[in-house]
Ligand binder design. Structure first.
Ligand SMILES: [Zn+2]
Ligand SMILES: [Zn+2]
Length: 357
């Protein structure tokens, strides 16, 4: 691009309409950073159209790594050229919610974001995000790997809330990217038996590759199959990683006494999920949720990736240019032949895919 004051962005209108547009390169103020984006992951939540469309058109993208291109006045911890990860949402650490460990419901967290968003050549990182949510990525970690710090942090938090312990049987319902991260993390936490479901054969194969002991197609009688595969018992922990109602219903019937049902993904707002409360009460089954990740989750996630305790590089099936963002959204939505799609603004509009085999 010739005009140095302009940059390319992928502008989201809806799941089938993402356009390459130009915006001014953001101007930074004191305490802020300008990041040149090097890897920007498409997240399943970017495709929750009912949630995103209210604010469209907008530039999405919250799983980013890049190089520091400019530093604002007063910045001491970062310099031009540093390789960094930055978090779009940061909690204050001081309010009653943060102090209670619920950083992701903090008012500050819900108002913080990038300018304009991660699907852009450059991103302005506001002062508060620089101070509370920006980490230098280790030398051995690629930009692509670093772009998993945010999604894995959400999984770290969810499994911390659900007290995954050694010897448990874990059922992961929905084997998209978050399901696959749950499978791997549960394994590092010592889960003894991990069973995964999906309605896509491609994803079921991926679930096996990333560590599931057994897989069940979503069209089968999942609660019965789980018992058959788990010595007659339902699972100790059931993690719901899809917003599909049939999957939620299968999950509800697959939790053992004293177990935990974790809704990692929600159904659409306004869609109620009926729970058989008497059975859940008598069986002391906990129903929990988790949303986003906080600072400690991000640091733990970075360590897990750095130490290859969770393998993320192999999850990248596609690296696309900003101009191919629409294709990236389609690939992520269909889930038929893709796991993680990463947008890289340095790629000109051509597509490179490396298929899982
Ligand atoms: Zn995400
Ligand atoms: Zn707070």
């Amino acid at each position: 691009m010739n005009d140095k004051s302009k940059m390319q962005v992928a502008m989201y209108y809806n799941n089938r309409d993402v356009r390459l547009e130009e915006l001014p390169v953001p101007t930074i103020g004191s305490g802020e950073l300008l990041i040149r984006t090097r890897a920007s992951g498409i997240c399943g939540s970017d495709l929750m159209e009912w949630y995103r469309i209210k604010k469209a058109p907008l530039v999405l993208g919250h799983e980013i790594t890049g190089e520091v291109a400019e530093v604002g006045d007063g910045i001491k911890d970062f310099k031009v050229g540093d390789r960094v990860f930055s978090s779009h949402h940061v909690p204050c650490g001081k309010c009653r919610y943060c102090r209670a460990g619920h950083q992701s419901v903090c008012d500050l967290l819900r108002t913080t974001h990038f300018d304009p968003g991660g699907f852009a050549e450059y991103v302005r990182i506001p002062k508060i995000n620089v101070e509370l949510g920006t980490l230098r990525i280790p030398d051995g970690m690629t930009f692509d790997e670093g772009s998993f710090i945010e999604p894995l942090a959400c999984v770290v938090r969810a499994q911390r809330f659900s007290h995954v312990t050694a010897g448990q049987a874990v059922l992961v319902v929905g084997s998209g990217i978050s399901g696959l991260l749950h499978i791997q993390l549960a394994r590092t936490r010592g889960a003894e038996r991990i069973i995964a479901t999906d309605i896509s054969e491609f994803r079921l194969k991926a679930a096996s590759q990333f560590g599931a002991d057994a897989t069940i197609h979503g069209a089968e009688d999942v609660p019965t199959r789980v018992r058959e595969l788990n010595d007659g018992r339902p699972a100790d922990l059931v993690v719901v990683c899809t917003g599909a109602m049939p999957a939620a219903q299968q999950a509800i019937k697959s939790v053992d006494r004293g177990g935990t049902l974790l809704f990692f993904a929600p159904t659409a707002a306004g869609v109620d999920v009926p729970i058989p409360l008497f059975d859940y009460w008598r069986d002391e089954i906990a129903v929990i949720t988790s949303y986003a990740g906080s600072g400690e989750d991000l640091k733990e996630s970075l360590d897990l990736i750095r130490d290859h305790r969770v393998r993320v590089a192999e999850m990248v099936t596609h690296r696309l240019s900003l101009g191919d963002a629409g294709l990236g959204f389609q690939l992520t939505a269909s889930g038929q032949n893709s796991i993680k799609v990463i947008l890289d603004p340095l790629i000109a509009s051509r597509c490179r895919s490396n298929n899982l085999s």
